[in-house]
Write a protein that binds this ligand. Structure first.
Ligand code: QUE
Length: 338
Protein backbone atom coordinates (compact mmCIF):
# COMPACT_ATOMS: atom_id res chain seq x y z
CA UNK A 1 0.00 0.00 0.00
CA UNK A 2 1.41 3.40 -0.91
CA UNK A 3 1.16 6.14 1.66
CA UNK A 4 -0.87 9.27 0.98
CA UNK A 5 1.07 12.24 -0.45
CA UNK A 6 -0.86 14.54 1.89
CA UNK A 7 -1.71 13.05 5.25
CA UNK A 8 -4.84 14.71 6.58
CA UNK A 9 -5.87 14.18 10.21
CA UNK A 10 -8.10 15.57 12.93
CA UNK A 11 -6.08 16.08 16.11
CA UNK A 12 -7.71 17.74 19.10
CA UNK A 13 -9.19 21.03 17.93
CA UNK A 14 -7.05 21.18 14.80
CA UNK A 15 -6.90 19.78 11.31
CA UNK A 16 -3.34 18.71 10.49
CA UNK A 17 -1.78 18.35 7.05
CA UNK A 18 1.54 16.60 6.45
CA UNK A 19 3.08 16.94 2.99
CA UNK A 20 4.56 13.52 2.40
CA UNK A 21 6.83 13.26 -0.64
CA UNK A 22 10.09 13.53 1.32
CA UNK A 23 12.30 12.18 -1.51
CA UNK A 24 11.11 15.09 -3.69
CA UNK A 25 11.42 17.57 -0.80
CA UNK A 26 7.61 17.48 -0.66
CA UNK A 27 7.29 19.18 -4.06
CA UNK A 28 3.61 19.54 -4.98
CA UNK A 29 2.09 16.96 -7.30
CA UNK A 30 -1.37 17.41 -8.84
CA UNK A 31 -2.59 14.68 -6.49
CA UNK A 32 -1.39 16.65 -3.45
CA UNK A 33 -3.01 19.81 -4.78
CA UNK A 34 -6.33 17.97 -5.09
CA UNK A 35 -5.99 16.68 -1.53
CA UNK A 36 -5.35 20.27 -0.33
CA UNK A 37 -8.58 21.36 -2.02
CA UNK A 38 -10.37 18.48 -0.29
CA UNK A 39 -9.05 19.61 3.12
CA UNK A 40 -10.09 23.23 2.49
CA UNK A 41 -13.57 22.10 1.48
CA UNK A 42 -13.92 19.72 4.44
CA UNK A 43 -12.66 22.05 7.15
CA UNK A 44 -13.65 25.57 6.11
CA UNK A 45 -17.15 25.29 7.58
CA UNK A 46 -16.43 22.58 10.19
CA UNK A 47 -16.80 24.27 13.61
CA UNK A 48 -14.76 21.48 15.27
CA UNK A 49 -11.68 22.56 13.30
CA UNK A 50 -10.44 25.76 14.94
CA UNK A 51 -7.20 25.97 12.98
CA UNK A 52 -5.01 24.05 10.54
CA UNK A 53 -1.37 23.03 11.10
CA UNK A 54 0.65 22.42 7.92
CA UNK A 55 4.03 20.63 7.93
CA UNK A 56 6.45 18.75 5.67
CA UNK A 57 7.61 15.15 6.24
CA UNK A 58 11.20 13.94 6.27
CA UNK A 59 13.00 16.54 8.36
CA UNK A 60 14.52 18.41 5.41
CA UNK A 61 11.77 20.32 3.68
CA UNK A 62 8.44 22.05 4.15
CA UNK A 63 7.81 22.10 0.37
CA UNK A 64 10.35 22.67 -2.43
CA UNK A 65 7.82 23.99 -4.95
CA UNK A 66 5.76 22.47 -7.71
CA UNK A 67 6.50 19.23 -9.54
CA UNK A 68 8.12 21.16 -12.41
CA UNK A 69 9.79 18.03 -13.79
CA UNK A 70 6.34 16.64 -14.60
CA UNK A 71 5.29 20.00 -16.07
CA UNK A 72 8.38 19.96 -18.32
CA UNK A 73 7.64 16.44 -19.55
CA UNK A 74 4.09 17.43 -20.47
CA UNK A 75 5.41 20.52 -22.25
CA UNK A 76 7.86 18.43 -24.29
CA UNK A 77 5.04 16.04 -25.20
CA UNK A 78 2.95 19.03 -26.32
CA UNK A 79 0.33 18.05 -23.78
CA UNK A 80 -1.43 21.20 -22.57
CA UNK A 81 -4.22 19.71 -20.45
CA UNK A 82 -2.16 18.42 -17.49
CA UNK A 83 -0.15 21.66 -17.32
CA UNK A 84 -3.30 23.75 -17.34
CA UNK A 85 -4.88 21.51 -14.67
CA UNK A 86 -1.81 21.71 -12.45
CA UNK A 87 -1.55 25.50 -12.36
CA UNK A 88 -5.31 26.17 -12.39
CA UNK A 89 -5.85 23.86 -9.40
CA UNK A 90 -2.70 24.99 -7.56
CA UNK A 91 -3.73 28.65 -7.79
CA UNK A 92 -7.28 27.80 -6.68
CA UNK A 93 -5.74 26.27 -3.54
CA UNK A 94 -3.72 29.47 -2.98
CA UNK A 95 -6.93 31.53 -3.24
CA UNK A 96 -8.77 29.03 -1.01
CA UNK A 97 -6.10 29.35 1.68
CA UNK A 98 -6.41 33.16 1.54
CA UNK A 99 -10.17 32.84 2.03
CA UNK A 100 -10.07 29.99 4.59
CA UNK A 101 -11.17 32.28 7.41
CA UNK A 102 -9.32 30.47 10.23
CA UNK A 103 -5.64 30.30 11.19
CA UNK A 104 -3.69 28.29 8.62
CA UNK A 105 -0.45 27.72 10.51
CA UNK A 106 2.63 26.73 8.53
CA UNK A 107 5.52 25.19 10.50
CA UNK A 108 8.52 25.78 8.22
CA UNK A 109 11.53 23.80 9.49
CA UNK A 110 13.45 23.32 6.22
CA UNK A 111 13.32 24.13 2.50
CA UNK A 112 10.34 26.25 1.47
CA UNK A 113 10.43 27.52 -2.09
CA UNK A 114 8.03 28.63 -4.79
CA UNK A 115 4.84 26.59 -4.42
CA UNK A 116 5.70 26.05 -0.73
CA UNK A 117 5.70 29.80 -0.16
CA UNK A 118 2.28 29.94 -1.85
CA UNK A 119 0.86 27.43 0.66
CA UNK A 120 2.02 29.55 3.61
CA UNK A 121 2.00 33.21 2.73
CA UNK A 122 -1.67 33.96 1.96
CA UNK A 123 -2.77 33.20 5.51
CA UNK A 124 -0.93 32.70 8.77
CA UNK A 125 0.72 32.49 11.18
CA UNK A 126 3.90 31.40 9.34
CA UNK A 127 6.43 29.93 11.74
CA UNK A 128 10.08 29.56 10.73
CA UNK A 129 13.00 27.96 12.56
CA UNK A 130 16.77 28.32 12.26
CA UNK A 131 16.60 25.43 9.74
CA UNK A 132 14.13 27.19 7.41
CA UNK A 133 15.35 28.16 3.94
CA UNK A 134 12.98 30.36 1.97
CA UNK A 135 13.25 31.41 -1.66
CA UNK A 136 11.44 32.27 -4.87
CA UNK A 137 13.91 30.55 -7.24
CA UNK A 138 11.83 30.54 -10.43
CA UNK A 139 13.96 32.79 -12.62
CA UNK A 140 16.64 30.01 -12.52
CA UNK A 141 14.22 27.68 -14.35
CA UNK A 142 12.71 30.45 -16.51
CA UNK A 143 9.41 30.47 -14.69
CA UNK A 144 8.39 33.55 -12.70
CA UNK A 145 7.19 34.21 -9.14
CA UNK A 146 3.72 32.64 -9.14
CA UNK A 147 1.32 31.06 -6.57
CA UNK A 148 0.07 34.58 -5.82
CA UNK A 149 3.48 35.94 -4.91
CA UNK A 150 3.09 38.58 -7.63
CA UNK A 151 0.58 40.02 -5.14
CA UNK A 152 2.70 39.46 -2.02
CA UNK A 153 6.22 40.41 -3.13
CA UNK A 154 5.48 44.03 -4.18
CA UNK A 155 3.93 44.53 -0.70
CA UNK A 156 7.08 43.56 1.23
CA UNK A 157 9.13 46.46 2.67
CA UNK A 158 10.93 48.61 0.08
CA UNK A 159 12.19 46.57 -2.87
CA UNK A 160 12.87 43.35 -0.92
CA UNK A 161 10.24 41.52 -2.95
CA UNK A 162 11.72 42.56 -6.29
CA UNK A 163 15.18 41.50 -5.10
CA UNK A 164 13.87 38.09 -3.95
CA UNK A 165 11.87 37.53 -7.15
CA UNK A 166 14.71 38.32 -9.54
CA UNK A 167 17.78 36.87 -7.78
CA UNK A 168 16.05 33.92 -6.07
CA UNK A 169 17.96 34.90 -2.92
CA UNK A 170 17.85 32.22 -0.18
CA UNK A 171 16.63 33.49 3.18
CA UNK A 172 17.29 31.73 6.46
CA UNK A 173 14.43 31.67 8.96
CA UNK A 174 15.32 34.91 10.71
CA UNK A 175 15.54 36.76 7.38
CA UNK A 176 12.15 35.29 6.53
CA UNK A 177 10.65 37.16 9.49
CA UNK A 178 12.55 40.35 8.64
CA UNK A 179 11.12 40.38 5.09
CA UNK A 180 7.58 39.63 6.30
CA UNK A 181 7.34 36.31 4.43
CA UNK A 182 7.25 34.67 7.89
CA UNK A 183 5.59 35.94 11.06
CA UNK A 184 7.15 34.02 13.99
CA UNK A 185 10.62 32.70 14.80
CA UNK A 186 10.62 29.54 16.93
CA UNK A 187 13.65 27.28 17.55
CA UNK A 188 13.29 23.93 15.80
CA UNK A 189 13.63 22.05 19.12
CA UNK A 190 10.44 23.73 20.40
CA UNK A 191 8.21 22.76 17.44
CA UNK A 192 6.85 19.50 18.90
CA UNK A 193 5.69 21.33 22.03
CA UNK A 194 4.22 24.18 19.94
CA UNK A 195 2.39 21.70 17.72
CA UNK A 196 0.93 19.96 20.78
CA UNK A 197 -0.25 23.27 22.26
CA UNK A 198 -1.87 24.33 18.98
CA UNK A 199 -3.80 21.09 18.48
CA UNK A 200 -4.80 20.84 22.17
CA UNK A 201 -6.06 24.43 22.55
CA UNK A 202 -7.12 25.27 18.97
CA UNK A 203 -5.83 28.73 19.81
CA UNK A 204 -3.15 30.30 17.59
CA UNK A 205 -2.26 32.84 20.28
CA UNK A 206 -0.28 30.16 22.18
CA UNK A 207 2.39 31.00 19.60
CA UNK A 208 3.28 34.09 21.60
CA UNK A 209 4.64 31.79 24.34
CA UNK A 210 7.02 30.11 21.88
CA UNK A 211 8.14 32.89 19.54
CA UNK A 212 11.56 34.48 20.05
CA UNK A 213 13.00 37.61 18.54
CA UNK A 214 15.02 36.53 15.50
CA UNK A 215 18.71 37.32 14.98
CA UNK A 216 19.33 40.47 12.89
CA UNK A 217 18.69 40.41 9.14
CA UNK A 218 21.71 39.26 7.12
CA UNK A 219 20.76 41.74 4.38
CA UNK A 220 20.51 44.74 6.73
CA UNK A 221 23.74 46.29 5.43
CA UNK A 222 22.41 46.11 1.84
CA UNK A 223 18.88 47.43 2.36
CA UNK A 224 19.59 50.91 0.96
CA UNK A 225 21.19 49.44 -2.17
CA UNK A 226 18.37 46.89 -2.60
CA UNK A 227 15.77 49.65 -2.37
CA UNK A 228 17.64 51.85 -4.84
CA UNK A 229 18.80 49.31 -7.42
CA UNK A 230 15.67 47.14 -7.53
CA UNK A 231 13.40 50.19 -7.85
CA UNK A 232 14.73 50.82 -11.37
CA UNK A 233 12.37 50.53 -14.32
CA UNK A 234 14.11 47.85 -16.37
CA UNK A 235 16.44 44.89 -15.87
CA UNK A 236 19.28 46.74 -17.58
CA UNK A 237 18.77 49.75 -15.29
CA UNK A 238 18.78 47.44 -12.24
CA UNK A 239 22.06 45.88 -13.41
CA UNK A 240 23.53 49.34 -14.07
CA UNK A 241 22.55 50.53 -10.57
CA UNK A 242 24.20 47.46 -9.01
CA UNK A 243 27.31 47.92 -11.16
CA UNK A 244 27.56 51.53 -9.99
CA UNK A 245 28.15 50.19 -6.46
CA UNK A 246 31.76 49.14 -5.79
CA UNK A 247 30.93 46.52 -3.13
CA UNK A 248 31.34 42.76 -3.37
CA UNK A 249 27.69 42.10 -2.55
CA UNK A 250 26.50 44.19 -5.51
CA UNK A 251 28.87 42.30 -7.83
CA UNK A 252 27.47 38.98 -6.55
CA UNK A 253 23.92 40.12 -7.31
CA UNK A 254 24.94 41.01 -10.89
CA UNK A 255 26.60 37.61 -11.32
CA UNK A 256 23.47 35.87 -10.07
CA UNK A 257 21.16 37.90 -12.32
CA UNK A 258 23.38 37.19 -15.35
CA UNK A 259 22.89 33.43 -14.79
CA UNK A 260 19.07 33.62 -14.84
CA UNK A 261 16.88 33.41 -17.96
CA UNK A 262 16.93 36.92 -19.48
CA UNK A 263 13.36 36.55 -20.74
CA UNK A 264 12.18 35.26 -17.38
CA UNK A 265 13.84 38.16 -15.52
CA UNK A 266 12.15 40.67 -17.82
CA UNK A 267 8.73 39.01 -17.52
CA UNK A 268 9.10 38.65 -13.73
CA UNK A 269 9.98 42.33 -13.27
CA UNK A 270 6.95 43.40 -15.31
CA UNK A 271 4.72 40.98 -13.35
CA UNK A 272 5.91 42.28 -9.96
CA UNK A 273 5.31 45.89 -11.01
CA UNK A 274 1.82 45.11 -12.31
CA UNK A 275 1.02 43.06 -9.19
CA UNK A 276 1.56 46.08 -6.92
CA UNK A 277 -1.86 47.48 -7.85
CA UNK A 278 -3.76 44.22 -8.37
CA UNK A 279 -5.83 42.00 -6.04
CA UNK A 280 -4.67 38.45 -5.23
CA UNK A 281 -7.31 37.05 -7.57
CA UNK A 282 -6.19 39.32 -10.42
CA UNK A 283 -2.59 38.33 -9.80
CA UNK A 284 -3.41 34.61 -9.89
CA UNK A 285 -5.34 35.15 -13.16
CA UNK A 286 -2.39 36.94 -14.71
CA UNK A 287 0.00 34.23 -13.52
CA UNK A 288 -2.24 31.58 -15.08
CA UNK A 289 -2.15 33.37 -18.43
CA UNK A 290 1.64 33.57 -18.20
CA UNK A 291 2.19 29.90 -17.28
CA UNK A 292 0.63 28.72 -20.55
CA UNK A 293 2.86 30.99 -22.59
CA UNK A 294 6.05 30.46 -20.62
CA UNK A 295 5.71 26.67 -20.41
CA UNK A 296 4.50 25.92 -23.97
CA UNK A 297 5.61 28.81 -26.15
CA UNK A 298 9.09 29.68 -24.91
CA UNK A 299 12.13 27.35 -24.94
CA UNK A 300 13.72 28.63 -21.71
CA UNK A 301 11.43 26.82 -19.22
CA UNK A 302 12.28 23.34 -20.56
CA UNK A 303 15.93 24.29 -20.73
CA UNK A 304 15.94 25.71 -17.19
CA UNK A 305 14.34 22.63 -15.61
CA UNK A 306 16.69 20.44 -17.65
CA UNK A 307 19.72 22.34 -16.43
CA UNK A 308 18.73 22.79 -12.75
CA UNK A 309 16.76 19.63 -11.93
CA UNK A 310 17.30 16.98 -14.65
CA UNK A 311 20.93 17.15 -15.85
CA UNK A 312 22.07 19.46 -13.00
CA UNK A 313 24.82 20.89 -15.23
CA UNK A 314 24.27 24.52 -14.21
CA UNK A 315 24.77 25.75 -17.77
CA UNK A 316 21.43 26.52 -19.38
CA UNK A 317 21.42 27.79 -22.99
CA UNK A 318 18.92 30.64 -22.82
CA UNK A 319 17.21 32.10 -25.93
CA UNK A 320 17.98 34.95 -26.20
CA UNK A 321 21.16 34.58 -24.18
CA UNK A 322 21.48 38.12 -22.80
CA UNK A 323 19.26 40.80 -21.28
CA UNK A 324 20.52 43.20 -23.95
CA UNK A 325 18.91 40.99 -26.62
CA UNK A 326 15.46 40.76 -24.97
CA UNK A 327 12.79 42.56 -27.04
CA UNK A 328 10.65 44.78 -24.74
CA UNK A 329 7.62 44.38 -27.05
CA UNK A 330 8.00 40.62 -26.76
CA UNK A 331 7.90 40.91 -22.96
CA UNK A 332 4.68 42.95 -23.12
CA UNK A 333 3.19 40.34 -25.48
CA UNK A 334 3.34 37.73 -22.70
CA UNK A 335 0.74 39.84 -20.84
CA UNK A 336 -1.62 40.68 -23.72
CA UNK A 337 -5.12 39.23 -23.64
CA UNK A 338 -5.92 40.18 -27.25
C1 QUE B 1 13.17 26.71 -9.18
C2 QUE B 1 11.99 26.08 -8.88
C3 QUE B 1 11.96 24.82 -8.30
C4 QUE B 1 13.18 24.20 -8.01
C5 QUE B 1 14.38 24.85 -8.30
C6 QUE B 1 14.36 26.08 -8.89
C7 QUE B 1 10.74 24.11 -7.99
C8 QUE B 1 10.87 22.79 -7.45
C9 QUE B 1 12.13 22.25 -7.19
C10 QUE B 1 12.37 20.92 -6.68
C11 QUE B 1 13.47 20.68 -5.84
C12 QUE B 1 13.74 19.41 -5.39
C13 QUE B 1 12.96 18.34 -5.77
C14 QUE B 1 11.87 18.58 -6.63
C15 QUE B 1 11.60 19.85 -7.08
O1 QUE B 1 13.24 22.97 -7.45
O2 QUE B 1 9.63 24.63 -8.23
O3 QUE B 1 11.11 17.53 -7.02
O4 QUE B 1 13.22 17.06 -5.35
O5 QUE B 1 9.76 22.08 -7.20
O6 QUE B 1 15.53 26.71 -9.19
O7 QUE B 1 10.80 26.70 -9.16
Amino acid sequence: MSEAELIMKREGQAGTLLMNRPKALNALSLGMIREFQGALDAWKHDPAVKLVVLEGAGGKAFCAGGDVRAVREAAIAGDRAPVSAFFTEEYAVNQGIAEFGKPWISLIDGVCMGGGIGLAVHNGPRVVTEKALLAMPETAIALFPDVGTSHVLPRLPGQLGTWLALTGARLRGADGVHTGLATHYVPSAKLPELREALTRTGDASVLDQFAESPPPASFAAHRALIDHAFAQGSMLAIIAALEADSGEWAAEQVKTLRRMSPTSLSVSLELIRRGATMTLRQCLDEELLLTGRVVHEHPDFREGVRSVLVDKDGSPAWQPATLEAVDPAGVQAFFSRG
